[in-house]
Design a protein around this ligand. Structure first.
Ligand code: GUN
Length: 284
């Protein structure tokens, strides 16, 4: 039997259409949501992500304010731009694309973004709120994963979710969100002993290790839901952290790469931007 292929492009299209409708309504109330996107340097993957974010804004009727800074930009210059955007009422959301060049301390930059404009949910204040369960802005890729699982009626309550990878962007925050859905969560990483044994017990596998085709058929319990967050660029093209061709024969549901989690990140970013715009209107 072959797994249900989870269509992130389709689900994200539905969310984007909802966001576009809501933007139309907000504009009638005089709210014009805007997102500032800052990219520093020439990282080609980042350039693709930023272009897609800009396109997503345009399609949803959200104003996109893009800043492309040279790779030699100093920390002080970037901090000054963040401060300017913190005070710019047109920018309801501020997104500084990571990674940043090595002369810039990422943590310092993320700390400088006003938490209410932090649509990535990277600021420690918002990360703290996420732990408490009261986050208004939720991290984009992790919340996109939850949306996908819910959309395909994958049961979460009481299920064993195994996350492979402990990054601040995916592994740790998706653990929080899955726990809030009453899943039993394990976070595995490069130092985990008997990793395959952990993965084999999972009803839900979240692969976010950054190693091409790392999750193979023998590691997957029949019927498990497999979410592949990996985007590995090989000479042969894009490839996830899961060996899709063989795992699809044993999984119950599986996300492809591309067309799985990736498109959801942008949809959730757009949703966060209008949430931020509405909240800022309330406080104005
Ligand atoms: N780099 C890789 N993923 C992301 C993301 O979701 N947000 C930002 N700002 N940078 C990233």
């Amino acid at each position: 039997m072959s797994a249900t292929v989870i269509d992130g492009k389709k689900v994200s299209g539905e969310i984007r259409a909802e966001v576009a409708n809501e933007v139309k309504e907000l504009k009638k109330q005089g709210i014009n949501p805007g997102l500032a996107v800052v990219i520093v340097g020439e990282n080609s993957a980042s350039q693709v992500y930023v272009r897609n974010k800009e396109k997503g804004c345009l399609e949803a009727g959200i104003k996109s304010i893009k800043y492309e800074l040279p790779s030699e930009t100093t920390e002080a210059e970037l901090l000054a731009l963040v401060e300017k955007l913190n005070n710019d009422p047109r920018a309801n959301g501020i997104l500084v694309q990571l990674p940043l060049p090595k002369q810039i301390n990422e943590e310092k930059i993320l700390l400088a973004i006003k938490p209410e404009k932090d649509v990535d949910c990277f600021h420690p204040f918002n990360v703290g709120r996420l732990m408490g369960g009261g986050a208004k802005l939720k991290p984009c890729t992790p919340s996109g994963i939850i949306e996908l699982l819910k959309h395909y009626d994958v049961p979460l309550e009481g299920q064993n979710a195994v996350i492979i990878g402990r990054s601040n962007i995916v592994g740790k925050p998706v653990a929080m969100l899955l726990m809030q859905e009453n899943a039993t969560v394990e976070i595995c990483h490069s130092r985990t002993r008997d990793l395959a044994e952990h993965i084999k017990r999972a009803d839900i596998i979240i692969a976010a290790v950054g190693r091409p085709k790392f999750v193979t058929k023998d590691m997957v319990k029949p019927g498990a839901a497999v979410i592949d967050v990996g985007i590995n660029r090989l000479e042969t093209g894009l490839c996830g952290d899961v060996d899709f061709d063989e795992v699809k024969d044993v999984a119950g549901a599986i996300t492809p790469v591309p067309g799985g989690v990736g498109p959801m990140t942008i949809a959730m970013l757009l949703r966060n931007t209008i949430t931020a715009a509405k909240e800022q209107k309330k406080e104005a």
